[in-house]
Write a protein of this length. Structure first.
Ligand SMILES: C[S@@+](CC[C@H](N)C(=O)[O-])C[C@H]1O[C@@H](n2cnc3c(N)ncnc32)[C@H](O)[C@@H]1O
Length: 376
């Protein structure tokens, strides 16, 4: 493949800004450290996990022949769309296929390139899958920015590999190389669960999902306002659903609502479906992996409830929340209702007013504000 350049990669459809990038030093270091093994492994033996916007996949494809194929797993559909978009524009000959994390992704893999996840549980799940399904001689190159890496990551990898070696840092990135795979025993449960007595609610969480099986304090504050909604029937969306606590509560409170729980993360969508099922609401909550409700038609929804993200990847950035407010404005019908909880210092109220419509404060405590906007 000729002419691929990291500098041309775009984050689209993820938010873009001067201080947000589509490639980082970890992508470059992983590819440099793994290059010889990628070339030696060749067709269908290289797997990419956790690629952000396509740097790892298109960088690895650049090392291989045009007819060679790569297998890829990305938790985020936003990243999946960005990779597809970058490939179409920059590397139309790159051959890669997306898979869920599991047997099909990893069987026969001899090299795995991994952008380290933030959560140790997510790393454990990935390392287990690699150790369970990949070839006997698999080598895992797991990289990240040093500021996000901890010694505990080495310990997780040592559960599954006989040799775990952290390489030298370069431009604030580092790669851990793991070899001599040790096959794990029984497959782990896909989701953990916890019953919250005070809420009468089971919360299920796949590794890496926001707040795990706990209930975030902002979410908890928001739940208190759900019994007083104007909308009690029609279509409702828990936007950025995480473990699907809001969706489950909406479905339990309002039997006439058709509730969708939607998130960009595969782990979140799996969790939300499991949370609904654990609370006897499986038929009542539809879990959808989607980037900012991209698959929902305009003006098709009566109610959106959202506890928005305050970061984009690892960077604190309001753009991620503003993107969801814009999406809510698009999918809500005129007169439809948007409930949002946010850290009070963020002062999203004027943005909600300009993006969605008239916005009133429903409540405020020491830390959080809950607002209701009516789609104009
Ligand atoms: C603060 S968490 C809230 C999770 C859950 N609603 C709760 O209250 O526990 C924000 C969620 O938004 C999701 N998210 C961020 N950007 C998104 C996007 N563009 N489309 C869909 N979901 C997104 C994240 O994956 C994360 O699960």
């Amino acid at each position: 493949m000729a002419g691929f350049s990291f500098g041309d990669l775009s984050r689209y459809p993820d938010i873009e800004a001067g201080n947000l990038f589509a490639v980082d030093a970890a992508d470059r270091l992983i590819l440099d450290e793994a290059a010889d093994e990628v070339v030696a492994s060749g067709n269908n033996a290289v797997v990419i996990i956790g690629d952000r916007y396509g740097a790892l996949t298109l960088g690895a494809a650049d090392l291989l022949d045009d007819e060679d194929s790569l297998r890829v797993h990305q938790d985020s559909i936003t990243g999946e769309l960005a990779l597809a978009n970058n490939a179409a524009v920059l590397a139309p000959d790159a051959g890669f296929t997306q898979y869920a994390l599991g047997r099909e992704l990893l069987t026969g893999a001899r090299v795995v390139l991994l952008q380290l996840p933030r959560s140790l549980e997510a790393l454990d799940q990935i390392a287990d899958a690699v150790a369970r399904w990949a070839a006997d001689d698999v080598v895992l190159f797991a990289g990240g920015l040093t500021k996000h890496m901890t010694p505990a990551m080495n310990e997780v990898l040592r559960k599954y590999f006989g040799t775990v070696r952290a390489g030298l840092g370069r431009q604030k990135a580092r790669v851990i190389t793991a070899r001599e795979v040790q096959r794990p025993g029984t497959e782990p449960e896909p989701t953990a669960r916890q019953f919250h007595q005070d809420l009468g609610l089971w919360v299920c969480s796949a590794p890496g999902t926001f707040a795990g099986t706990k209930v975030d304090i902002g979410t908890r504050f928001l739940l208190g306002f759900l019994p007083r909604l104007e909308t009690s029937s029609g279509a409702a969306v828990d936007l950025g659903c995480g473990t699907g606590i809001i969706a489950a509560r909406l479905a339990a409170l309002y039997p006439e609502l058709q509730v969708s729980a939607t998130d960009q993360s595969a782990a979140a969508v799996e969790s939300a479906a499991a949370t609904a099922a654990a609370n006897g609401l499986a038929g009542h909550v539809n879990a959808v992996r989607d980037d900012a409700m991209g698959s929902f038609p305009d003006a098709s929804v009566d109610l959106v409830v959202c506890n928005p993200p305050f970061h984009a990847g690892a960077a604190v950035h309001a753009g991620a929340a503003l993107k969801l407010f814009g999406a809510a404005a698009r999918v809500l019908r005129p007169g439809g209702e948007l409930l949002v909880v946010y850290n009070s210092h963020l002062d999203y109220r004027s943005r909600l007013r300009s993006t969605v419509g008239p916005t009133q404060q429903l409540g405020r405590n020491r830390k959080f504000t809950v607002t209701r906007s009516i789609r104009r």
